[in-house]
Unconditional design. Structure first.
Length: 311
């Protein structure tokens, strides 16, 4: 089977990855707000349906709606795996977020980047240099530092944090599966075509268990947060899908590890500007140090030169 190769335009790949990481860093805060009124399935139904409609309008305007013959060129099992992987990620992430906190969830979900990186090394024959392996070590040290403190603080509140953390690990695994299949789908279809189909099928499946009538309970701030979640889906995942076209999966995954920094900062600002809207985070000095090490390690990986070994 032919494996996907990048275009080599690393600057564009880096820029798209940064767009993704900023938006993904902010979305846990928005989800935290709407979780007060909506269930997991209704939130995800709204996000995917919004993304499907907006991307569909864009493709229609560009006269670029995928033809049935194009879709038939893709093995249906690849689409099925990608759809189930992304749906699993959305469900388990929101459930894990509900049981823990935005910063905890965003840091733990970075395991998805490690899983994606591992998949890039194994499946797409990408190879790390010694410098990059040092970055992996720093990244892991950051995870250990952050979670050793977070678990002490959070576990004292409720045993739900353990279950929530397990859900977030599962969310990371399912996302990495989706991302690797997404990269392979690029050998057959344009990234916008792939995401449009995935958004549509996911929105339809979530609609069967969603409760659209509960949207009437939202106030103006909650509506703004929910709309942001919908826009976040189409823009962030569109940028992510396109970044894989230009940059190696292992490098993209390293940049995504920066998301917790944006989550921590946005949570602090939100709690300060709008007291009571979200629960303030409790992060110790060691926790902050761990988050910084995650950033340093991710940058060490992304700035190194990944080698691709041909068969």
């Amino acid at each position: 089977m032919e494996l996907h190769r990048t275009t080599g335009n690393w600057r564009l790949g880096l820029g798209l990855s940064l767009v993704t990481v900023i938006l993904w860093g902010l979305v846990p805060v928005a989800i935290e707000i709407v979780l007060k009124k909506l269930d997991v399935y209704t939130i995800n139904w709204f996000r995917f349906t919004t993304a499907f409609i907006l991307l569909g309008c864009y493709l229609f305007k560009q006269e670029n709606i995928p033809k049935l013959s194009q879709l038939r060129s893709v093995p249906i099992y690849l689409f099925a795996i990608a759809i189930l992987g992304l749906m699993g990620n959305y469900v388990f992430f929101v459930m894990g977020l509900k049981a823990t906190s935005p910063s905890h969830a965003e840091v733990l979900i970075q395991l998805a980047g490690l899983f994606l990186s591992l998949g890039g090394l194994i499946i797409f024959k990408e190879r790390y240099t010694r410098y990059q392996w040092m970055g992996v070590g720093i990244l892991l040290a950051g995870f250990i530092g952050f979670f050793s403190e977070q678990l002490k603080v959070l576990a004292a509140d409720s045993s739900r944090y353990i279950d929530g953390s397990i859900m977030l690990v599962i969310a990371g695994i399912t996302w990495a599966i989706y991302a690797l299949v997404q990269k392979q789908l690029l050998t057959k279809l344009d990234s916008t075509h792939i995401m449009w189909v995935i958004y549509g099928v996911c929105g339809l499946l979530f609609w069967t268990v969603a409760k659209p009538q509960t949207l009437l309970q939202l106030n103006s701030i909650e509506w703004m947060a929910l709309i942001f979640c919908g826009l976040n889906t189409v823009i962030a995942y569109g940028a992510f899908a396109e970044s894989l076209q230009h940059w190696e999966a292992s490098r993209v995954s390293a940049i995504l590890a920066l998301a917790p920094i944006f989550t921590i900062v946005s949570m602090s600002l939100t709690a300060w500007l709008a007291p009571g809207l979200v629960t303030p985070e409790r992060i110790t000095a060691l926790g902050f140090l761990g988050a910084i090490l995650v950033v340093v390690g991710s940058m060490s990986i992304s700035l190194g030169k990944v080698k691709v070994i041909d068969n």
